[in-house]
Write a protein that binds this ligand. Structure first.
Ligand code: F0G
Length: 351
C-alpha cells in the first residue's frame, strides 16, 4: 500500500527508537509543501508553505508527540504532563488516548484558543487553568514531573525535538535539497531548534548539499530573544506564541548564528495582515501564530533583505480552525435571505 506510515516508520533510522519502542501514532507528518503564488510574486522568490495544520490534531506538535508518547510508553510511564498555550496540550491529549495514558495539562487561564481547549477536553485530559502565563505553567509542569511519577512531554524533552526535526527531512525530500531560507514562528523555540537539527543531519549525511538560513519571528509583545531579556508579561493576539522566557532560547540563538540567519519580531497588526493574506489569497487557513512566519518574510522583503530568485520555505504551524475568532472578527455578517432564487441572486450580485 502507499499510505504514509507516520513519521516514526518513515524516518525510523534517523530517530532514537528501537524494536522495543511501542509506536504510538496517528500517522502524523507527510504534510503538504504548497507553492505560494502570491508570496512568490511579492518577493520574487519561490516560496513554499509547509502546512503543519494538516497534521492529525492540527499542528506540528504531533511530530514531537508521537515520539514523546512512544518513548514515555516504552519507559513504562502511565501519565504524562505538559504546559501549553494550547496545541501541545491538544496533541498530548490525543496521543495519550492512543497510548492508554492519563494526560495532565497546565494552560494559562483565559489565554488559549477555544478549539484547542475543546480538543484537550474531548480527548479526556485533566486540565488545570493556571493563574499565570505559559512560562509559569512550564515551571509548574517541570516541578511536578520531578516530584511525581508523570513524564514531561514539553519540548524540553529532547525526543520531542527528534520528532519535530522530521519536517526538515520532508522538505529536503520534496525539494531535492535544502531551501535557501527557512522561516518560522518562534515561541518556546523548540521548533526552530528541531528544524535546524534536521537540516544539519541531512547535510552531514550528504542527503542535502547545504543548510538554509534560519529566520525566526516572534510577536513584538512577546519577543524576548529579539530584546535580549525575558518578558514578564508577554502580550499578543497570537496566543500560541505568547511566551516570555523560551525554554530553548539558547538553541534558537545557535540556529540563528550558525546558519547566518535572524530572529526578529512582527506586530500583531502584521500577523493579522499575513493571516488574512494567506486565507484570502493563498487559500491556506492558519492560526494567527502561524502567520508570524509569513508576516516576517513580508517585512524582511520590504526591508530589502530578500534577494530575488531564492527558494524559501515558511512553516505555517497550526490550523486556522483552532482559533476561528480572528476569521470572524471584523468580517461582515452574512445576510439572511428567504428561500427564493431571485432574492439570493440579487444579494449575490448575480442579477
Ligand atoms: N505556532 C504554533 C501554532 C504553536 O502552537 C507554537 C507553540 C509555535 C508556533 C511556536 O513553536 O514553541 O516551538 O517555538 N506552541 C506551544 C504549545 C508553546 O504549548 O502549544 P515553538
Amino acid at each position: 500500500t502507499h499510505q504514509w506510515r507516520g513519521l516514526i516508520e518513515e524516518y525510523r533510522d534517523r530517530l532514537p527508537v528501537g524494536a522495543a519502542t511501542p509506536v504510538v501514532t496517528l500517522l502524523e507528518g507527510g504534510t503538504p509543501l504548497v507553492p505560494a503564488q502570491v508570496l512568490s510574486e511579492r518577493t520574487g522568490c519561490d516560496v513554499f508553505l509547509k502546512v503543519e495544520g494538516a497534521n492529525p490534531t492540527g499542528s506540528f506538535k504531533d511530530r514531537g508527540m508521537t515520539m514523546a508518547i512512544s518513548k514515555a510508553k516504552e519507559e513504562g510511564a502511565q501519565a504524562v504532563i505538559c504546559a501549553s498555550t494550547g496545541n501541545t496540550s491538544a496533541s498530548a491529549a490525543a496521543y495519550a488516548v492512543r497510548a492508554g495514558m492519563v494526560c495532565a495539562v497546565l494552560v494559562p487561564q483565559g489565554k488559549i484558543a477555544l478549539g484547542k481547549m475543546g480538543q484537550a477536553l474531548v480527548h479526556g485530559a485533566r486540565i488545570l487553568q493556571v493563574d499565570g502565563n505559559f512560562d509559569d505553567c512550564l515551571d509548574l509542569a517541570r516541578g511536578l514531573s520531578d516530584k511525581y511519577p508523570v513524564a514531561l512531554v514539553n519540548s524540553v524533552n529532547p525526543v520531542r525535538i527528534e520528532g519535530q526535526k522530521t519536517a526538515a527531512f520532508e522538505i529536503v525530500d520534496a525539494l531535492g535539497d535544502a531551501p535557501d531560507i527557512h522561516v518560522l514562528p518562534v515561541g518556546n523555540a523548540g521548533n526552530i531548534t528541531a528544524y535546524w537539527k534536521g537540516y544539519r543531519e541531512y547535510t552531514a549525511d550528504g542527503v542535502s548539499t547545504r543548510n538554509p538560513r534560519m529566520w525566526g519571528f516572534q510577536a513584538s509583545g512577546a519577543a524576548p530573544i529579539v530584546l535580549g531579556h525575558p518578558v514578564r508579561q508577554p502580550q499578543t493576539i497570537a496566543t500560541a506564541i505568547r511566551i516570555g522566557n523560551p525554554a530553548s532560547w539558547q538553541f534558537a540563538e545557535e540556529a540563528r548564528d550558525e546558519s547566518g540567519g535572524l530572529i526578529d519580531s512582527v506586530t500583531d497588526r502584521q500577523i493579522l495582515a499575513a493571516y488574512r493574506l494567506l486565507a484570502a489569497q493563498e487559500g491556506v487557513f492558519v492560526e494567527p501564530a502561524s502567520a508570524a512566519s509569513v508576516a516576517g518574510l513580508l517585512q524582511a522583503a520590504e526591508q530589502g533583505k530578500v534577494d530575488p530568485g531564492q527558494r524559501i520555505v515558511c512553516t505555517v504551524t497550526g490550523n486556522g480552525l483552532k482559533d476561528p475568532d480572528w476569521a470572524v472578527a471584523g468580517a461582515p455578517q452574512p445576510v439572511t435571505v428567504p428561500v427564493d432564487a431571485d432574492a439570493a441572486a440579487e444579494r449575490l450580485g448575480l442579477l
